[in-house]
Ligand binder design. Sequence first.
Ligand code: 4LI
Ligand code: NI
Length: 188
Amino acid sequence: MITMKDIVLEGHPVLTQVAQEVQLPPTEEDTELLKKMLQFLKNSQDEEIAEKYKLRAGVGLAAPQLGLSKRMFAVHFEDLDGKVYSDGYFNPKIISHSVEKTFLSSGEGCLSVEREVPGYVPRYARITLTATNLAGEKVKLRLRGYAAVVFQHEFDHLNGIMFYDHINKEEPFSIPNNAKPCDVVDLD
Ligand code: 4LI
Ligand code: NI
């Protein structure tokens, strides 16, 4: 099982590197790894398991965060419409995005970052992403709001980009051009 000791922290070079494409169809080994990553996210959101293994809650995890240069990530969350995103993706591509931007009004956190980095992280408000999912199917997802933010955060990890790279250094809380805040599902 994946625990916090498997997660590499900022400063690790793999977090700044462009990750390698994975072989398609995915190998059994890559599929097993991605399943374990998804299970980590589920565990991290389970109060009892998280407490027992001291897991920090996350809704997304990318392979570079395990020190692996592979273009794959897992997500596990529900958006405001009650739509559940719980899957793993190989070689995702953002094939189009809106001009409009969005951001989480509470800022972003990352399992590889053990400090609070204050500020708005501008993201595209809507994206269309293609990938191969855990079931091995080619999928095309149209995402907006919180879902778009989470997928862009994880996608960035595959390109060596951290959320704070997007924060305006002079004015961390200046509203990005063209941006409206997006709402997040209330967790309790
Ligand atoms: C407990 C059980 C407040 C502060 C609100 C917690 C189950 C921040 C938000 C969770 C913030 C769950 C999250 C992300 C933010 C903040 C990620 C809590 C886990 C909220 C997920 C990838 C950015 C994603 C909304 C500095 C580890 N996650 N909160 N950002 N939640 N969570 N990100 N922002 N301010 N990070 O962090 O998984 S996209 Cl589900
Ligand atoms: Ni992250």
